[in-house]
Design a protein around this ligand. Sequence first.
Ligand SMILES: C=C(O[C@@H]1C=C(C(=O)O)C=C[C@H]1O)C(=O)O
Length: 379
Amino acid sequence: MNEKTTGELENLRDLIDGVDQQLLHLFRKRLDLVAQVGAVKHAAGVPIYAPQREAAMLAKRRQEAVNMNISPQLIEDVLRRLMRESYLNEKDVGFKQVKTDLGDIVIVGGQGQLGQLFTQMLTLSGYQVKIVDKDDWQIAPSLFKNAGMVLVTIPINVTCEVIRTQLNQLPQTCILADLTSIKEKPLLAMLEAHKGPVVGLHPMFGPDVGSLAKQVVVVCHGRDSHRYEWLLEQIKIWGARIVEAKAQKHDNAMQLVQAMRHFSTFVYGLNLCKEQADLDNLLQFSSPIYRLELAMVGRLFAQDPNLYADIIFAQEGSLNAISDYIDNYQSALSLLKAGDRQAFIEQFSQVSEWFGDFAPQFQSESRAMLQSVNDMKHD
Ligand SMILES: C=C(O[C@@H]1C=C(C(=O)O)C=C[C@H]1O)C(=O)O
C-alpha cells in the first residue's frame, strides 16, 4: 500500500469508528428506553416479550430499510439481537408476582441447575423459596408445613421414588409440581402420593438460557387446575409459551426429540473419539454446517453424563425408537454397499416430499444460523 492509500484508509476508518461509537450511544439510549418499558410492564404484570409489537416493528423497519437501500435482513438481525438483550435486562426489575398469598415454595432438588434457575425466577417474582436437596430430608417436613407449592426437579431415575416416599404428607392445599423430562410416571406418582392440586411441567430448554422469553414449557394437567392456573400465568410473564399436552403423547415425542436425538449425538461423539479424529484439523477443513454440527455434538460432552443417561434410559419405549433408527441406518448402508445410487435418490425424494413445506423453512432458518457461525470466525 502506498502512503496515499494508507492515509485514505485511516481517514475512512476513523469515520467508521465514529459511527460505531454513535451506534453505542444509540444502543445505550435504546436499552434505557427498554428498561423503562420493563418497569411499566413489571408494575402492570405484563410479560416483557410482546410478539405482536415485535412483528409490527420489524415489518416497519424492514420497509424503511428497503427505502434507504439497506438490506431488510440487516436491520432485522440487529433488532432481534437488541430485543434479546431486552429480555435479559428484564431480570434487573424482577417480575410481577401473580399469586401473593401462596406461602413458601419448596424446591426439591433446588441445588441442581434447573432448580437454581427456577429458584432465581421465582425469587425475582417475589416468592419465598426454600430448598431441599439430597442431604436435607430431616428438615424437609418442617419446610413442607408452610408450603403452598412443592416443585420437584431431581434426576429422573429417583423422581418417582422420592415422590412416593417423601412427598406423601403434604398439606392438602399445597400444589405438587415437577419439572421432569418425562411426564407419565411422575404425574401418576404425584397423583397417588398427594390428594391436592398436581401438575407436571417440562421446560423445553437447558438451564443455561439467559431468559425464558420465547422458550416453551410443556404442561400436563394433573388435578385441580384452577388452583395452579397462577403458576402458568407466572411462567407466561417470564416470557415462555405454555404448550398443553397429554403425558403419554409428550413422552412418545420425547423418545424422538430427546432419547433418540441424544443417543445419536452420543454415538457421533463416540465415533469421532474411537476414530481418533483430529478435531483441530477437522475444524480447519470445516464448512459452516460441519462447524455447527460439531458444536452441537461437542456441547453434549461438556455437560453432566448423568443427565443424558437419565434421559436416554428413562423410557423403555426409547429403545424401540433408537432401534428403528439403527435399522434405518443399516438399510441405508446396504444401499451404499450395493452401490444403488438410484434407490438412494428415490428415498431422498420420498423424504423431501414428506418434509414438504418444512424443508424450505428449515433451509432458510439454518441459513441464518450458518451465517452467524461464519461471523464468529476469527484469526
Ligand atoms: C420494549 C418492549 O418489550 C420487548 C422488547 C422489545 C424491543 O426491544 O424492542 C419489543 C417488544 C417486546 O418483546 C416493548 O414492548 O416495546
